[in-house]
Write a protein that binds this ligand. Structure first.
Ligand code: CAA
Length: 246
């Protein structure tokens, strides 16, 4: 198998950790960014216990300058980035009629503007080398909407608009660009939803349970595979049947 250099943004989070592990287990060299050094080093130590080495670099994806510096640090340490997983994301759930400007901006900056900030310094190298895999980790709620998530759903729907334009622009350069839309996954983000609301959501999932981060990482493994070169501009729903469309 060809070993590639992969950058997973927000790799220390719930879904991010599973993606980092899976890519490393596939033999890729994996990097992620952090904002809180202490937390990130503790995470790195836990990964080492599992035999996984991850390159860590400081960087806030909401800043174009920090994102560019982060990309350069990864490339100086590991080589040109060939796989990019735009995974960093946050929620600031509030009904729209009470939403403050900062709750709107933080979510759009972290989930959507980050895709510009991180992908922009990566794309030219991929085009020159004529190979690349870019995946946006979006959400079921970008497709179906969710009470309290006008900011989040807008950012996540925007990520797929980004995917399909980039896919068109770069298809002739050996670069595939796809979206994965996870449903409700057992992570801290979902566990922060009030219990009675969460119970109703789970009751609505045909499989009757939350997904696992590993089930999302499996989708990433599929799309980054060397044989997935003709899959571009697609959205892969991994949601236990919670939302079905075509
Ligand atoms: N549909 C319709 N109405 C709803 C509703 C829903 N899903 N959820 C809440 N409401 C209504 C209630 O019935 C209630 O109405 P009344 O005032 O008429 O009684 C009202 O909203 C409750 O409003 P509150 O003022 O109590 O709202 P709150 O500020 O306490 O909480 C909320 C609102 C923060 C949005 C809370 O409902 C919540 O956290 N909901 C879950 C949102 C969610 O699913 N987030 C996903 C997070 S995980 C994630 O994002 C990962 C991913 O990609 C899937």
């Amino acid at each position: 198998m060809t070993s590639r250099v992969a950058l997973v943004t927000g790799g220390t989070g719930g879904i991010g950790t599973a993606i980092v592990k899976r890519l490393a287990q596939m033999g890729h060299k994996v990097a992620t960014n952090y904002r809180n050094e202490e937390k990130a080093r503790a995470w790195q130590a836990r990964m080492r216990e599992d035999g996984i080495e991850v390159f860590l670099t400081r960087g806030d994806v909401t800043s174009p300058e920090e994102a560019a510096a982060m990309v350069h640090a990864v490339e100086a340490a590991l080589g040109p980035i060939e796989i990019l997983i735009n995974n960093a994301g946050i929620t600031r759930d509030t009904p729209f009629h009470r939403m403050r400007p900062d709750q709107w901006m933080e979510v759009i900056n972290t989930n959507l503007n980050s895709c510009f900030n991180v992908t922009r310094p990566v794309i030219e190298g991929m085009r020159e080398r004529k190979w690349g895999r870019i995946i946006q980790i979006s959400s079921i709620n970008g497709l179906k909407g969710q009470y309290g998530q006008a900011n989040y759903a807008a950012s996540k729907a925007g990520m797929h608009g980004f995917t399909i334009s980039l896919a068109r622009e770069n298809a002739r350069y050996g670069i595939t660009v796809n979206t994965i839309s996870p449903g409700y996954i057992a992570t801290d983000m979902v566990m922060a939803v009030p219990e009675e609301v969460r119970a109703k959501i789970i009751a609505d999932i045909p499989t009757g349970r939350l997904g696992t981060p590993e089930e999302i990482a499996h989708g990433v493994a599929f799309l980054v595979d060397e044989q997935a070169g003709w899959i571009t501009g697609s959205n892969l729903d991994i949601n236990g049947g919670h939302h079905m469309g075509w």
